[in-house]
Design a protein around this ligand. Structure first.
Ligand code: MLT
Length: 208
């Protein structure tokens, strides 16, 4: 696999001290969608933003689903490995440290799968409106990896019990999980941006 196997955008760092961000869009989005969010969350960080390679009625996604919230888990596994290979190639090509994933919705779900299946691919993750991606996840070692999980109290797609299970699963694997439930639905709110920015700042302060 080469980095060009995924259509993507790359913006080089303007601040070498900030970890790169891997931006993963939601269903029907593309590689341009989250660039603005990435800049708000970590101004000056390198941004790597691939487009999901699965099409659902023409809408890009990162893996196949059988229905809303019901995933084709073989495809989740395959696509997570494919994305992990892309990240490794892009890191070589662009000279990047391991990125922090910033995923929204379907992008958050593939980021969670990547954490569980290929933990070495990511330095950490911000999961916006994520669900448990695999019903039978592997025993991952996420020791010390920082994860911010932001859920919506009135999210019609992600039940509260599901995001709580994801937080528990990642914590049990050793991740340093911060889980906040916001007064929001599936869409992002200003609070997501503010919390994500402050969290990245605190992670960077620990790395520096
Ligand atoms: C998914 O398919 O990953 C979730 O249902 C979220 C979505 O993309 O709507």
């Amino acid at each position: 696999m080469t980095a060009s196997a995924f259509i993507h955008r790359f913006e080089p760092a303007r601040d070498a001290g900030s970890p790169p961000l891997l931006l993963l869009h939601g269903t029907g989005g593309d590689e341009n969608d989250l660039l603005g969010l990435g800049k708000m969350i970590s101004p000056g960080a390198a941004l790597l933003s691939p487009r999901g390679r699965v099409l659902e009625h023409g809408m890009p996604r990162f893996f196949r689903r059988l229905a809303e919230g019901v995933f084709d888990e073989d495809d989740v596994r395959r696509r997570a490995h494919e994305l992990g290979d892309f990240v490794a190639e892009a890191r070589k090509q662009y000279g990047l440290a391991a990125p922090i994933a910033v995923g929204f919705s379907n992008g958050a779900n593939i980021a969670a799968a990547l954490l569980l299946l290929k933990p070495e691919a990511l330095a950490g993750a911000i999961l916006l409106r994520a669900m448990v991606p695999l019903s039978d996840p592997p025993n991952a070692d996420l020791a010390g990896k920082p994860v911010l999980l932001l859920s919506g109290q009135a999210d019609p797609i992600v039940p509260a019990s599901n995001s709580a299970s994801l937080a528990a699963l990642l914590s049990e694997a050793g991740a340093r999980v911060t889980h906040k439930v916001l007064p929001a639905d599936h869409q992002l709110s200003q609070a997501d941006v503010t919390l994500a920015r402050d969290w990245v700042g605190s992670v960077e302060a620990k790395v520096a």
